[in-house]
Design a protein around this ligand. Structure first.
Ligand SMILES: [Zn+2]
Length: 299
């Protein structure tokens, strides 16, 4: 049994009624999810509440899915953030004064998802495995540490950088194939395959690029692939995302935790001996535990 359990394994354990697994998952994701909530709404109490709703939603989904299938929801962070955004929008129906100004502007525009050049990226991303999706989200969008990424994905620490690089290339290749399949004449796929065969960072010339604007354009995009991915992926998956506010809120939460460890430490969890044996009562216990934790003032 590894000392650190990855997110997928935790989800299975939660589905089978493990309260400690839920506690671990919650501690892993709370700060970032609260930061996302705080980018949507302007007052901290509402940010708590909608984060709480998201975690309870996750718990209920894992509990329900465990009866019929593997309970995994894929990337936990994306699932929770989607719940947070949905809850903020739902509450705004009764009045939107509590929303942050940029989020309110997004809601007022009709909660528009970005349309430019995203169809292929979304489709290509969805073809990745849950582990690959989680890996890319945390590496590219949230820029978490390799240690943290190793913990949540289960990929050995020593292999994290290599697997990130491979997954990023796989996503790019898949996306370009979708892009080319839609509109390009014969010759493009072969040319792009040659381009992909060249190691990242080295220069490449193919006569096809002189005569094909789309392939030349695609090759140029490859140069800025990381930047594009970091900008487009959250917009595609969540609709609303403000990288700057999110990073700032996350940083503030980390600082507060370090400054006031006693106030934001681990919540009390039911001891193994006190844990109930049946799913229904476990769910109630977990709901109470998460409610108690998330209701506390966030320093
Ligand atoms: Zn071409």
């Amino acid at each position: 049994m590894p000392s650190v359990v990855d997110d997928a394994a935790l989800q299975r354990e939660i589905g089978h009624g493990d309260a400690e697994a839920f506690q671990t998952l919650r501690e892993r994701h709370y700060e970032s999810i609260h930061a996302y909530a705080a980018s949507c709404v302007s007052d901290p109490q509402t940010a708590h509440e909608i984060s709480q709703v998201a975690f309870l939603g996750l718990l209920q989904v894992l509990e329900a899915r465990s009866k019929t299938m593997e309970p995994n929801v894929g990337c936990v962070r994306i699932f929770l953030a989607n719940r947070v955004r949905g809850e903020a929008v739902r509450r705004a129906v009764r009045g939107n004064d509590f929303l942050s100004i940029p989020f309110r502007q997004w809601v007022d525009r009709g909660c528009m998802w970005p349309l430019e050049d995203i169809g292929q990226l979304g489709a290509a991303y969805s073809q990745l495995t849950d582990q690959q999706q989680t890996l890319l989200w945390h590496a590219v969008v949230e820029q978490d540490t390799p240690r943290f990424i190793s913990d949540i994905t289960g990929i050995p620490f020593i292999a994290v950088s290599r697997v990130i690089s491979q997954t990023r290339s796989e996503l790019f290749r898949s996306r370009v194939h979708l892009y080319l399949d839609l509109a390009c004449p014969a010759g493009c796929v072969g040319a792009m395959e040659e381009i992909f065969a060249v190691p990242e960072g080295s220069s490449f010339w193919n006569f096809h690029l002189d005569s094909c604007y789309r392939c030349a354009d695609t090759q140029r995009k490859f140069t800025y692939w990381d930047t594009l991915l970091a900008e487009q992926l959250p917009a595609i998956l969540l609709g609303w995302w403000n990288q700057e506010i999110h990073r700032q809120m996350k940083h503030t939460a980390t600082e507060s935790r370090q400054e006031y460890p006693a106030r934001s430490g681990s919540p009390t969890v039911p001891s193994p001996a006190a844990r109930p044996h049946h799913h229904t009562s476990l769910l109630l216990t977990l709901v109470r535990a998460v409610h108690s934790f998330l209701s506390r003032p966030w320093t």
